[in-house]
Write a protein that binds this ligand. Structure first.
Ligand code: NI
Length: 227
């Protein structure tokens, strides 16, 4: 299941991020790629330890922590510190690959199992040609190109790529997270139930049905979550 989460960043947060990205020094993107991915990866990435990256991470993590849809879709347990990449000129694509299953958090040395990957777009689609994120779904893949500030959340087990950027520059934030509910079917069922409860509340207000369904949600979460 993929989720399009709109307006994760406000216009002023996007402007702040882009100003920081403009002044930063970019490096070869292969530093965080696994062996197979490194052969397919041809882009630029912001060094994790640079000052701009630190400020950018803080903005994104704060926005994510306040986003209810992100929380209910991902049920995040550990988020790997977000990274930033650029596709332009000669460094403009990332062929088919699967993200590494486990990442080690650079600050805490904790392992993060990558259940979900996300890309948070920092440019608008009209600013560059190409650059679609294509997530293979067994039917040839689905191209994703979202407005600045929007995020796509997708299963880390899926094969995906970024098509060559043939004009302009595509700048984005990306990362991985370990979910409290590792089983994707269980996580999706919880999401569906949560959305259904919201619908019931909208139609009926606080009702006995809403309370009973909410109780089911929390008891399933209790059964399945590793907090
Ligand atoms: Ni990837």
């Amino acid at each position: 299941m993929m989720f399009h989460i709109k307006k994760v960043l406000s216009a002023s947060q996007i402007a702040q991020c882009r100003a920081l990205l403009q002044q930063a020094n970019w490096a070869d993107g292969r530093v965080t790629a696994g062996k197979q991915a490194a052969t397919a990866k041809n882009n630029l990435q912001l060094p994790e330890e640079c000052d701009e990256a630190r400020q950018l991470r803080a903005i994104v993590l704060e926005a994510l922590s306040q986003n209810a849809q992100f929380f209910t879709a991902a049920l995040p347990r550990r988020v790997y510190p977000p990274l930033f990449n650029q596709y332009s000129g000669q460094t403009n694509s990332f062929g088919n690959h699967v993200d590494n299953a486990v990442r080690t958090h650079p600050a805490t040395a904790q392992h993060v199992r990558t259940d979900l990957s996300f890309t948070l777009f920092l440019c608008d689609p009209h600013e560059y040609e190409g650059g679609e994120l294509v997530i293979e779904d067994g039917f040839g893949g689905r191209p994703v190109k979202l407005p600045a500030g929007d995020l796509i959340l997708y299963p880390s087990y899926s094969v995906h790529r970024v098509e060559p950027v043939t004009q302009g520059a595509r700048v984005a934030c990306f990362s991985w997270l370990e979910s409290m509910v590792g089983n994707p079917q269980q996580r999706e069922l919880l999401y569906e139930l949560d959305m259904a409860i919201l619908g019931v509340r909208e139609q009926q207000g606080e009702s006995e049905t809403a309370v009973r369904l909410t109780s089911c949600y929390h008891n399933l979460l209790r059964m399945w979550a590793t907090p």
